[in-house]
Design a protein around this ligand. Structure first.
Ligand code: PEP
Ligand code: MG
Length: 551
């Protein structure tokens, strides 16, 4: 058995034979042409065929993976129409009297060099798109009008790298997983793989020339591929695969269903995420939106402050991938258990009650504004909402609103687009819960962070394992605070969700429905279990009983 490690783009287990995908090498010869106009016309014909192929690929991708992920093919279509690109090709044909293939290859090389040398990571990534579009053109010019990647039996596709257009052509019925030696986690290919729900590894060091046709297991949870696995490994992975299949069967039944009780009460089921890697699970589990994007993970991943541009790209990707579903980005919640050296927060005796979250943002507005700008910019690409952590007073909310207005004014002045952004707060402190009637007048929604609300209400450090026996997540003090917050929000006509761990507690789902909680935001893997409970519940039979039992 040989084991190769890679970076996992999407979880899941696949067991099958490896099929190594070799790209057709496009051999481009430089030949002299006399009929320059005819050659330019030939290039334009190829361009039309390419545009047609991309249009079809776009339609296929929209159906299979959604509009946001299909957008890559629109990008490619735009690149095909890009004047600089087209004129460069025409110009090379004209001035050097050469064949269209050579002019395309030459232009492609030049553009790739330019993109690859840019400072901006996103633009560097576009070099791959130029290459992809140009290879399509070359293939057409070479007389290959077919556009498919055929596999005859279900296989694990192994490749040096896969272009987005190649990934989307993979016939899901025939492809169990893909494993590449190159590619970046932020590439469109990776995003597409996630939305296609295919286990995928990138950056492995697997020797492609040694694995063709061999039996293998791809473990997307561990980021490993086991080539010719031993019996024990195979048995283990088969068991995990069966578990996954069972879950998927549940998904098949529940996917697309509304979260509605027998007597017609509806609730939103959203997902909590920490980074882009979680988006695949969000799709797979049919979340209605993102109820908590813990944005601090962007900061924790870095050696220094993430730039506006870096953050913008992450938020934009989430907004686009969710394609119009609500995405609630929680602003920086650093401090306490989440430390990054470059913040220089210093040692505190009581960090959980110390300098953290909104307190850092309000005292260092330059850090806050950078994040707000990035979020507002991303709001032009989807339904983005913001929420602020660790609120204790109305004054804090007013201060935040002032800063937000400054940011919006700046963006307007710079003519940078942004959308309608709902603004909410997290209810994580007893103070916020107690004045939720006043806070409700200032914001669009509440999201109750029960992890911290429990910690502060019960005076139990959530990090201290010695206190586990004292920790009662069903403590009436916490549950009554939740009920009060929901009631106060409804009086002001705003909605309330729960995004702490308690929201996923199946024992409390009926209670939350009885309280009138509007949304539960939980780890993606918990959504379908909760949907099942909701669908099987008749609140008219248990509302009073629940309230009496728990409150
Ligand atoms: C919470 O406190 O419940 C919450 C969702 O925030 P975090 O766990 O990130 O502190
Ligand atoms: Mg919290």
């Amino acid at each position: 058995m040989d084991i190769y490690q890679g970076k996992s783009v999407f979880g899941g287990i696949a067991i099958g034979k490896v099929c190594v995908y070799h790209k057709e090498e496009q051999q481009v010869k430089r030949t002299r042409v006399d009929d320059v106009d005819g050659e330019i016309a030939r290039f334009h014909q190829a361009k039309d065929v390419a545009a047609d192929q991309l249009g079809k690929l776009y339609d296929k991708a929209v159906k299979e993976v959604g509009e946001a992920s299909a957008a890559i093919f629109e990008v490619h279509q735009m690149m095909l129409e890009d004047l600089d690109y087209v004129e460069s090709i025409e110009n090379i044909i004209k001035t050097q009297s050469v064949n269209a293939e050579f002019a395309v290859a030459e232009t492609s090389g030049n553009f790739q060099t330019i993109f690859a040398s840019m400072d901006d990571e996103y633009m560097r990534g576009r070099a791959a798109d130029v290459k992809d579009v140009s290879e399509r053109l070359l293939s057409i010019l070479h007389g290959n009008h077919q556009d498919a990647l055929h596999a005859t039996e279900p296989v694990i596709i192994a490749a040096d790298d896969l272009a987005p257009s190649e990934t989307v052509q993979l016939d899901k019925e025939k492809v169990l997983a893909f494993v590449t030696l190159h590619g970046s986690t932020n590439s469109h290919t990776a995003i597409l793989a996630k939305t296609m729900n295919i286990p995928a590894l990138i950056g492995t060091d697997m020797p492609l020339d040694e694995v063709e046709g061999k039996m293998a297991v791809v473990d997307g949870y561990e980021g490993r591929i086991y080539v010719e696995p031993d019996e024990e490994t195979l048995a283990q992975k088969k068991a995990k695969l069966e578990e996954d299949v069972e879950k998927r069967n549940l998904l098949q039944i529940l996917k697309g269903r509304e979260n509605v009780t027998i007597d017609g009460q509806k609730i939103m089921l959203y997902a909590n995420i920490g980074d882009l890697k979680d988006l695949g699970m969000v799709m797979q589990n049919d979340a209605g939106g993102i109820g908590l994007f813990r944005s601090e993970f962007i900061y924790l991943d870095k050696e220094t402050f993430p730039t506006e541009e870096e953050q913008f790209k992450v938020y934009k990707t989430v907004a686009e991938t969710m394609a119009g579903k609500r995405v609630i980005i929680r602003t920086l919640d650093i401090g306490a258990d989440k430390q990054a050296d470059y913040f220089n927060l210093g040692k505190e005796d009581n960090p959980a009650m110390g300098y953290r979250a909104i307190r850092i943002c309000l005292t260092q507005p330059e850090i806050f504004k950078t994040q707000l700008r990035a979020i507002f910019r991303a709001s032009a690409y989807g339904k983005v909402a913001i929420m602020y952590p660790m609120i204790t007073s109305v004054e804090e909310v007013l201060q935040i609103k002032k800063i937000v207005e400054e940011v919006k004014d700046e963006l307007r002045y710079q003519k940078i687009a942004f959308g309608e952004v709902e603004q909410g707060i997290m209810i994580e402190t007893p103070a916020a819960a107690m004045i939720s009637d006043l806070l409700a007048k200032e914001v669009d929604f509440f999201s109750i962070g029960t992890n911290d609300l429990t910690q502060y209400t019960l005076a139990i450090d959530r990090q201290n394992e010695k206190l586990d026996d004292f920790y009662n997540p069903h403590h009436k003090a916490v549950l009554r605070l939740i009920a009060k917050v929901v009631e106060n929000s409804h009086k002001e006509g705003i909605w309330t969700g729960i995004c702490g761990e308690l929201g996923a507690d199946p024992e409390l789902t009926k209670l939350f429905l009885a309280m009138g909680v509007d949304e539960l935001s939980v780890s993606p893997g918990r959504i379908l279990g909760l949907r099942k409970i909701i669908l099987e519940t008749d609140m008219s039979q248990c509302r009073e009983e629940m309230l009496k039992k728990y409150l």
